[in-house]
Design a protein around this ligand. Structure first.
Ligand SMILES: Cc1cc2nc3c(=O)[nH]c(=O)nc-3n(C[C@H](O)[C@H](O)[C@H](O)COP(=O)(O)OP(=O)(O)OC[C@H]3O[C@@H](n4cnc5c(N)ncnc54)[C@H](O)[C@@H]3O)c2cc1C
Length: 337
């Protein structure tokens, strides 16, 4: 077990902000987990689990605790395919994008639209990652995890995870921090994919005269469409910084009367609100509202979490003043202010 001390959270997260974490341990084998948690307990320190750090913002005061960085690898078939269905598993430290590529290679469908989402397999159920009309909840069979309280390895069926829009028992409610996810299993099908796809995806397919809707072709198309988003390898960001807004029927009608687009189920694209509040492309306290996706905030020249905080407040207030709607942040936060 490799233990490092005083590692900046900025170096572990794609927004590249945040002060030092007291200890960082890389988890390469599930057997490391009891030992790593015992190490933290012995020192009476809190533990935080990190995958790729693409949905976490570090605060300036750092983290007086132990960060476990997930490096668990491996993926494969649970059993040979049957009745045009298959179960695939992946260890939680694998890149989600690699798991998606593996699934489409042999024509399996259900995850192709999750292609190119940064981060690890293990984080996917945490906020129920989703894109282009799919989410991990749609295919997830179960999650294997280490229960920190009972010190046991458990299997949790998807039905017990309360998966919703950017939500699960892992990020909402009393079980937050209880589990280290070690592995997931998904059920995929060999089915014909049917258009129409999500607007921008469909447009790409039409423009490029792609009419063979194989999972692999859709995966590649999603990759191409997503080039409008900043690549966290080169540009500091946590992707979408705000969640979309969901309204009840009455409030949806009021929003429509004000000329705000409301999609199925009362969804308002927050990117539209930010763009139409005049913030598209703006540099605010060192944070850039991304020109081709207004929901995304990029850390262009922010010196600290304080700059991000000031930018966030300004964006929320501008949208609130113009549309009377309050944006809610998507990424979680780690450390002291
Ligand atoms: C450019 C960009 C585009 C993005 N696009 C999308 C998108 O289209 N759709 C979408 O849903 N998200 C998107 N995201 C957000 C992000 O990619 C996802 O939330 C992803 O699942 C985060 O994975 P990670 O490994 O980086 O998690 P981290 O940021 O490291 O962790 C996220 C949360 O999960 C917890 N966690 C991580 N691993 C485990 C584990 N093994 N066990 C228990 N808890 C764990 C952490 O404690 C933390 O609370 C985007 C981000 C970026 C930077």
């Amino acid at each position: 077990m490799k233990i490092r001390e005083n590692v900046p959270i900025a170096k572990l997260t794609t927004m590249r902000l945040g002060g030092p974490a007291r200890y960082v341990i890389e988890i390469e084998r599930v057997e490391d987990l009891p030992e790593a948690y015992a190490f933290a307990a012995e020192k009476d320190l809190p533990v935080y689990v990190l995958g790729g750090g693409s949905n976490i913002v570090g605060r300036d005061g750092g983290f007086d605790g132990v960060i476990l960085v997930n490096r668990l690898l491996g993926m494969g078939e649970v059993a040979p395919a049957k009745d045009d269905k298959i179960e695939l598993w992946a260890a939680s430290g694998e890149a989600l994008d690699d798991f998606v590529r593996y699934s489409t290679k042999y024509g399996w469908s259900g995850m192709e639209c999750l292609s190119a989402i940064p981060g690890t397999v293990g984080a996917a159920p945490v906020q129920n990652v989703g894109a282009y009309g799919q989410d991990i909840a749609g295919v997830l069979k179960n999650v294997e995890a280490y229960n920190i309280k009972t010190k046991q390895f458990v299997t949790l069926p998807a039905s017990k995870l309360d998966l919703g829009y950017r939500r699960s028992i892992f990020n909402t409610g009393e079980l937050v921090g209880r589990y280290f996810i070690t592995k997931i299993t998904v059920t995929l099908e060999k089915t014909e994919l049917k258009p129409p796809f999500y607007n921008s995806l469909q447009k790409y397919l039409d423009d490029n005269e792609i009419d063979e809707y194989t999972p692999e072709n859709i995966r590649k198309a999603v990759h191409a469409v997503r080039t409008k988003l900043p690549n966290p390898e080169f540009i500091a960001s946590s992707g979408s910084f705000f969640k979309n807004v969901y309204l009840n029927e009455d409030d949806s009608k009021k929003a429509i009367d004000k000329g705000i687009p409301v999609w199925d189920g009362g969804k308002i694209p927050s990117g539209w609100l930010i763009e139409n509040a005049g913030l598209k492309g703006q540099l605010i306290h060192g944070m850039r509202v991304w020109e081709t996706a207004s929901l995304v905030l990029v850390n262009e020249s922010a010196k600290s979490y304080k700059d991000l905080d000031a930018a966030r407040k300004e964006i929320i207030k501008t949208v609130q003043d113009k549309y009377g709607l309050t944006l809610e942040q998507e990424p979680m936060e780690l450390g002291d202010e």
